[in-house]
Design a protein around this ligand. Structure first.
Ligand code: ATP
Ligand code: MG
Length: 405
């Protein structure tokens, strides 16, 4: 039985004149996601994208292809469907062979037909009725329940064939990655920042990550953990680069020259300035963080205002209004939680004073920076010494030219 993946567009279906650009980006993302799994053809008809296996390898990898496609932003829903000729006898046979086994274990069902190819002789209600009758004859234990069936058997008679499938799987929604431009995500090893990246990639941003490491205070294992996190979300974000900033010298300098209570906010401003430099070098138009209002002292309104004022790119904070429990829920769903809770140190948690100021003012922060004349040069050096680690969503060592947005 030949199977295809039907991909239904979400919000981008409403995009008017720009729709073609969004659809091209979606098709590109779908192709990249499956291309190492065999020969697949990705094409569009009537606003639906089809991902169709075209060789044995692709057919054998169909489960994995479906899993990967289900992570592609821009899809409201998807279904794996059996495809057959647009002939009612073929449709009956395909429905029985594709869903017969499932139907044996259920008690109620209904058939829903959609006929977008109006040249097909039977109308939708007739297809539903006739196919329902046929399936009942094959499975006499079943009952039709039009309100709350255990399964809805869908038949779609479309341009290129007839498609039979069970319930649609919800897609991740959003817009195809890259259609909103490019930004840099500040990736710590914590729970929040990978979730922030996921939310912004879902809005169509292509992301690279910046991580600040302070060896020997932070370890190689901590860095590898961040690499693993970037790899885990690359299924959603696409291939990217993880920039690792050697942050020890500026951080020690701040520790040695700043008033204790302002250490954290000064450090965060310093990190933002370095991130800003790197972002501009790669033409990224915003910074993304996992900050959430009042989660810690550096995330109060006044502290955030001080951080914002350190540099001139927009700082996107998709988690700003979320509770930790909600963030954790998403982290579990996207597969980052287990890695995030591994107990490695982060540069943000070293040297932190016991009582950081929760209401710093910009005037006092700038006054403290005026007492640190050596900081700018150290920040410049750190930005220049950045290490560039390629994160390939396909985890393939040999093939280096993936989707680098
Ligand atoms: P996370 O927020 O990822 O769970 P966290 O809560 O320990 O980690 P915070 O101290 O809340 O981190 O930092 C707030 C945000 O600052 C993070 O979400 C992340 O975007 C950024 N950040 C913190 N530490 C780093 C780092 N070492 N490198 C890059 N960005 C960082
Ligand atoms: Mg946090």
């Amino acid at each position: 039985m030949k199977e295809v993946i039907l991909c239904y567009q979400g919000e981008m279906a409403l995009k008017g004149l720009n729709k073609a650009t969004f659809e091209a980006a979606l098709a590109k993302a779908l192709r990249f996601r499956v291309r190492e799994l065999g020969k697949f053809q990705v094409y569009k008809a009537q606003s639906t994208m089809y991902v169709e296996p075209r060789d044995e390898e692709a057919a054998a990898n169909f489960d994995e292809a479906f899993r990967r496609v289900s992570q592609v932003f821009g899809l409201a829903a998807l279904s794996r469907a059996a495809v057959c000729e647009k002939d009612f006898e073929a449709i009956k046979a395909a429905a029985e062979s594709y869903l017969g086994e499932t139907l044996r274990s259920l008690r109620t069902f209904k058939v829903e037909a959609k006929r977008s190819d109006k040249s097909f002789a039977m109308k939708s209600p007739e297809i539903s009725r006739e196919l329902g009758g046929f399936l009942l004859s094959k499975h006499p234990h079943l009952k039709v329940d039009v309100h709350h069936p255990d399964i809805v058997v869908m038949v779609e008679v479309r341009d290129y064939g007839a498609y039979i499938h069970g319930p649609k799987t919800p897609g991740p929604g959003g817009l195809p990655v890259g259609t909103s431009g490019r930004a840099v995500n500040m990736l710590s090893g914590g729970i929040d920042s990978p979730v922030a990246a996921w939310y912004m990639a879902r809005r169509g941003l292509a992301l690279h990550h910046i991580h600040f490491a302070s060896p020997p205070y932070t370890s190689e294992a901590a860095k590898r953990k961040v690499q693993t996190l970037a790899q885990t979300i690359s299924g959603y974000t696409g291939s990217c680069v993880l920039y690792v900033v050697p942050y020890t010298p500026p951080q020690e300098y701040i520790r040695d020259h700043a008033p204790d209570v302002l250490f954290t906010v000064l450090m965060r401003r310093s990190m933002m300035r370095i991130a800003n430099r790197i972002a501009k070098e790669i033409d990224a138009k915003a910074l993304v963080t996992g900050e959430s209002l009042a989660q810690v002292a550096s995330q109060t309104l006044m502290a955030l205002a001080c951080t914002d004022a350190a540099q001139d790119l927009p700082i996107l904070r998709p988690l700003i209004g979320m509770d930790k429990t909600e963030i954790v829920e998403v982290a579990r769903r996207i597969g980052t939680f287990e890695t995030s809770i591994l107990p490695y140190e982060d540069c943000c948690t070293i040297f932190t004073p016991p009582h950081p100021k929760t209401k710093p003012t910009l005037a006092e922060v700038e006054a403290a920076e005026a007492e640190m004349p050596g900081l700018a040069a150290l920040e410049e050096q750190a930005a220049k010494a950045v290490e560039r680690i390629r994160i390939d969503m396909r985890r393939s060592e040999e093939d280096e030219d993936g989707l680098l947005l």
